[in-house]
Design a protein around this ligand. Sequence first.
Ligand SMILES: *Cc1c(COP(=O)(O)O)cnc(C)c1O
Length: 495
Amino acid sequence: MRYVSTRNSALHLQASEAIVMGLSRDGGLFLPEQIPNLSPAQLEQLSKMNYQQRAVAVMKLFLDEFSEEELAGFAQKAYQSPGKFDHSDVAPLVKMDEKTHIMELWHGPTSAFKDMALQTLPYLLTASLTKTGEEKTVCILVATSGDTGKAALEGFCDVPKTKILVFYPKDGVSDIQKLQMATQAGENVGVCSVVGNFDDAQSGVKQIFSDAQLRAQLEQNGYFLSSANSINWGRVLPQIVYYVSAYCDLLKQGTIKNGDVINICVPTGNFGNILAAYYAKCMGVPLGKLICASNANNVLTDFLKTGIYDRNRPFYNTASPSMDILISSNLERLLYLLSGSDEAVRGYMQSLADTGRYEVSPALKEKIMSVFASGFCDDEKTLKTIADTYQQSGYLMDTHTAVAYAVLADYRAVSGDNTRTVVASTASPFKFCSNVLHALGVEQLEAGTAILDQLTKVTGKAAPAPLAGLKGKQVRFTETAEKEAMPHVVLEMLR
Ligand SMILES: *Cc1c(COP(=O)(O)O)cnc(C)c1O
């Protein structure tokens, strides 16, 4: 199967090349030229398999250069349970009522959904390096505002022929997130805080990528730089698996018959997670509406309603920080898939770069609206949703999941569409303790890891082992650098 760029459909690459390059030189994103099909009979077969086997079956359809044996090895290591994941279903479904199920995507080593892809990406990347004949060691550079950095560290920890270096803003992440990164194990990892905010860390990393002299020096030392962010196809692909798997789980339980249509509702930031649901739908999984949920940064939901993408608006820091985004890079893949035109995508992206805005054609807008529904939810309603759901059912959800849950209720009320729906839950409530405690009416918050015990005391629920285990862990990384000194930190690590 060949891969093309969203900005140049004449470019033809192998999957391994697309994964190694990450982003196309023309600024576009890579995607497969065709979308493979899953027949009803294949879905029936998959429903009898476990998560790891389903992952192999789905990924194999997109990666014909990789043997089944190879992929089985990756899936086994990535989704090992017990070990990496604390639930044997990997992405278990929780039934909330007759028509609503929550798919918990946070049973991995960092308690957020980024693990679903970042546990697999290192294997896909290192195997791709071998296939493309690259002999140097890859160093993954990450600027993170929280979840991605830790998930990437866990994913790449002690993976041969890789190093990983994460920069986070010194005062821009929660105590728990900071501790998660500072205590990271592994011989090939580095963590450094940067004086400034997330933008400083991110622009520092971008400067390093474009520093030709530094790259030449690293090359001499036997290294090259790469990134693990969600524009890489190797992060989208493993996410398609859990949408296929959720359908298969409902089939296996007898909750649905093969062919029954279900809806999907996803709390969205960079559009990566919900794009994976769209791929599953295109493959033939009977998915109806894909409901996109935003917080107060509702640039995406506005787009899905009006066909106008306009990032010229205020930025809000919300209670669901992993969705505080004004540029959803993965949307570009959807524009390509639905317009079928690299020329159209180039035009929209040029307009976005020049003016911060673009408007899609009426035909494209109609296609988008036939597949996607959307809505947004502010902080007040997010916290109320956590409290109400907890009181009514005893189910405790994090702020990101609550955004989706609230948007689903609104969608049902307005549309009258009561189709069975799977809601993607993207983080453990213990990862966002302070907001969750706040929602439950607690005002005096404990500091550091004591806040985990506080949430346990209030709810009687246990923190996931990786978070509870932070308490006794030794802090390994305490380095702080000015933004200007970031290249030195890189050179120190890659001598
Ligand atoms: C990254 C993240 C999201 C947003 O996912 P996208 O793929 O960027 O849309 C939502 N919730 C949590 C907890 C996240 O970490």
